[in-house]
Design a protein around this ligand. Structure first.
Ligand code: 1CP
Length: 340
């Protein structure tokens, strides 16, 4: 069944649709009153485990903003269900039993995501039904390093002292955990594709914790395995490696169809790295949306203009939208990009 709005998938294929497609990272979230209304009735964990509510929330920015793609409402940390490890959102994530020693790493039980994460696949099916082929649905996971950073740090970290300490003092323990995490994430993404997602995004949100040389040595081989695995799933992949523009050249070595660009580099500079034959996604600083409409318009138009040097451009923010964003300015951004 063809989609009513194919612009996002056309851009993923390197085509230039009639307008630049746009979606926003974290487009379903606390900045939207409709989302807060749902969240006032359930906890975040309950929401992620209720396929019908996930579908309702996934569609809120489709109806409310007019974006060209939906992203499954879930979280990168639900995969810990496959390890039997609880995450509480307070509201920042907290893992009660972090894994820091070799003994703790060896004691982990790596369960099958097809068995433990069925509610995510049910949510994908509920989203696809609710979308009724209006726009494509993006599935996602955290990259092996970002996901593992939560397991080792036990929470969002500033310095990444525990996981970097593990990389440098016990590299074999780290590599073993990365190996298992990557296998888990491969199967998790396969489950999402089997359930019906039209594209995938891998978020390496905390990649910038490492120097490029250490990222290449300790992380890139695992990320490469994940990217190569997904090439066999038949849907396009967006690879978003965030936090240090010097990592962009490494990300661009991998065969993802689309390279996500964060806001730490200007789009023309990013395309100089990825080259004219690559599709890029990004990269407006999300905090710009806290400024006046004229500023948002000017910066958005400049980003669209710069994006014309790439093979194709999917407009997005350079990281997740702030919870303090006025939904009206997000809606305005979508109109500006569509008319640019
Ligand atoms: O109280 C609430 O309602 C919880 C807030 C919230 C939301 C709306 C969390 C907790 N996660 C989400 C949804 C979410 N998370 C999506 C939904 C789809 C969308 O609309 O985009 C996605 C794709 C994520 C992915 C995610 N979760 C990432 C990677 C993307 C990124 O922003 O870098 C990360 C790092 C997380 C962890 C996480 N989940 C939630 C929080 C508060 C955090 C920590 C993030 C941090 O500390 O900065």
């Amino acid at each position: 069944m063809p989609l009513q709005n194919e612009t996002f998938l056309q851009a993923c294929r390197g085509e230039r649709p009639a307008h630049t497609p746009i979606w926003l990272m974290r487009q379903a979230g606390r900045y939207m009153p409709e989302y807060r209304a749902v969240r006032s009735r359930v906890t975040f964990n309950q929401l992620c485990r209720s396929p019908d509510l996930c579908a309702e929330v996934t569609l809120q920015p489709i109806d409310g903003l007019g974006v060209d793609a939906a992203i499954l409402f879930s979280d990168i940390l639900v995969v810990f269900d496959a390890l039997g490890i609880d995450v509480r959102f307070e509201p920042s994530p907290v893992i009660a039993t972090p894994v820091r020693t070799e003994a703790e790493a060896l004691a982990l039980r790596w369960g099958d995501p097809h068995e433990h994460l069925g509610y995510v696949f049910d949510a994908v099916r509920a989203c696809k039904r609710a979308l009724a082929d209006r726009v494509p649905l993006i599935g996602f996971c955290g990259a092996p390093f970002t996901t593992l950073s939560y397991l080792v740090e036990g929470q969002t970290s500033r310095e990444f002292e525990k996981i970097k300490g593990m990389i440098f003092s016990a590299p074999k323990v780290f590599a073993g955990l990365m190996e298992n995490m990557t296998s888990l994430l491969c199967e998790y993404l396969r489950g999402q594709v089997l359930a019906g997602v039209d594209a995938l995004q891998v978020f390496d949100s905390w990649a910038g914790a490492l120097s490029p040389a250490d990222y290449r040595e300790h992380v890139l081989p695992h990320l490469a395995r994940l990217v190569h695995f997904t090439r066999g799933l038949g849907v396009p992949l967006i690879l978003f490696v965030r936090g240090n523009a010097n990592l962009l050249a490494l990300a661009a070595e991998l065969p993802a169809e689309v390279i996500g660009i964060d806001w730490s580099i200007d789009m023309d500079q990013a395309i100089a790295v990825t080259g004219p034959n690559r599709v890029v996604q990004g990269n407006l600083d999300p905090m710009l949306l806290l400024g006046p409409a004229e500023l948002v318009e000017r910066k958005a138009r400049a980003c669209v203009a710069a994006g014309r040097a790439a093979k194709a451009h999917i407009f997005n923010l350079g990281h997740g939208i702030s919870r303090h964003t006025d939904p009206a300015i997000a809606r305005h951004l979508v109109e500006v990009v569509h008319s640019a």
